[in-house]
Design a protein around this ligand. Structure first.
Ligand SMILES: C[S@@+](CC[C@H](N)C(=O)[O-])C[C@H]1O[C@@H](n2cnc3c(N)ncnc32)[C@H](O)[C@@H]1O
Length: 204
């Protein structure tokens, strides 16, 4: 697989947050808590990553000029906080989420924070990337059946320079396979891996 690991510094936590990313994360966490308490519907696959750590990883990527362009995409964007953090730092930012309620909430949060990110309801898995049947067989927390949304976005996976996902344990290989099949050479995939922190691979 032509994916090259990019070693992330182990001193991410020493990087300061901007006031605006702190505000964004606080507001996002408040809204998520309100949503969780008020919602009658449980969205089984929705859990949130460590927004602070992912924000610092994006700062580190920018400071070290490791991203080849300005297009960001979050695969399974949940409540939209990481997509908004990317928009807040000036990236052209897109979140793809399969759950309509979460897409609505993400759009509301973007409006509340006056941030120019776009959210789309559909699947991040491109239709035309070949046979993922075998890989998808063991995947429980990604919807592998719905149609993709790239036509509506007007971009393909190959247009994104940085992609982010929070895979459930044991499912990161699936995200890497999708990324490998659709991303352009030079693009980065960042994944949040719980206690292991963030991992980065570059398509070579
Ligand atoms: C573990 S949550 C992560 C949410 C967010 N990325 C974060 O880090 O806070 C994964 C999200 O992916 C969504 N999802 C699952 N399959 C998807 C698919 N094929 N396309 C888009 N979103 C999907 C789920 O509804 C869920 O909100």
């Amino acid at each position: 697989m032509p994916l090259e690991p990019v070693l992330v510094t182990d001193s991410l936590r020493q990087i300061p947050h901007t006031a605006s990313s702190e505000h964004l994360i606080d507001r996002g966490n408040e809204r998520i808590e309100e949503f969780m308490l008020s919602s009658e519907q449980t969205i089984e696959n929705f859990v949130t990553c460590d927004f602070h750590l992912v924000d610092l990883a994006m700062t580190w990527l920018h400071e070290n000029h490791l991203i080849t362009g300005n297009n960001f995409c979050e695969f399974g964007s949940g409540y939209g906080v990481v997509t908004l953090l990317a928009a807040d730092r000036g990236m052209r930012s897109v979140g793809i989420e399969i759950e309509p309620t979460l897409v609505e909430r993400s759009m509301a949060l973007a409006a509340e924070l006056d941030l120019d990110a776009k959210f789309y309801c559909g699947s991040f898995i491109p239709r035309d990337i070949g046979d993922l049947t075998e890989l998808a067989a063991d995947i429980e927390h990604v919807d592998t059946h719905q149609g993709d949304i790239y036509k509506e976005i007007g971009l393909t996976m190959a247009d994104f320079d940085l992609m982010f996902a929070f895979p459930w344990p044991g499912e990161s290989g699936f995200f890497e396979a999708v990324f490998d099949a659709g991303a352009a050479s030079g693009a980065l995939l960042m994944t949040y891996r719980g206690r292991e922190g963030v991992k980065l691979v570059r398509k070579t």
